[in-house]
Design a protein around this ligand. Sequence first.
Ligand code: ARG
Length: 285
Amino acid sequence: MGTATATAGGPQMQREPRRRTYLMCSPEHFAVEYVINPWMDTSVAVDAAAAVAQWERLRQTLVGLGHEVHTLNPQVGLPDMVFAANGAFVVDGVAYGARFKYPQRSAEAKSHQEFYETNPGWGFVAPTVVNEGEGDFAYLPDAHGGLILAGHGFRTETAAHAEAQEALGRPVVSLRLVDPAFYHLDVALAALDDANIVYYPEAFSPASRKVLAQLFPDAVVADEADARAFGINLVSDGRTVVLNTGSDALAAKLRAVGYETAQVDLSELKKGGGSVKCCVAELRH
Ligand code: ARG
């Protein structure tokens, strides 16, 4: 949490970073071979080598900020495996495993499960219902004592929200996504630090907007252009927000309330319907 020196939440706010542990997977085998979200188009050429170079710059950016980055071995035949955020959701050292909605991605879950089962220090809870990991779950450790936000409507089933609460012992707030362009929570909402979020209200049902406004009165509100540029699909350590290039209005908004921004170009991965956050799972103890 930051320390207010003048206006709370204003530019004078000193934002404190916290060192993070992340899990990523190189897009060596990245391709758009099927269509499971409105951003994917199999007729658009994908340059996997360019995707790897962009991904490597993202990885270096996170390492350069002092964070620890683990990686999974990319598997042939799993072109979306680069979107590591979807493989599990980790809170307090426990990983609640993913169960993918579409068969094209279902085998990815096993690599994630193996990571948690073979690396000491992590618990693993197998899911019984469809949920796409951190794609549809966010965690705010300092909001209301530790709060999980969860999306449903396109991928993750509401039953998984209850299952995550039982697995992780933190209250889960269900939010309904209503726009297919924003089919995962993490393209419409992100944690900026331990207590605050940024979100695009129109991606949520009116009732869910009301819930978000009640819980996060100081949230940064993004506009449609920011959201469509995948600006909200960001990773923040509490001080530096890493987000896709082309989200300049959002980046300026974040700097105006005291965050630093680092913009990375993930144009190749956007062809799969994902950007920064989709590529990065956070491993939380
Ligand atoms: N092509 C992938 C899918 O539709 C993109 C996943 C993006 N990941 C995310 N966390 N939003 O499943």
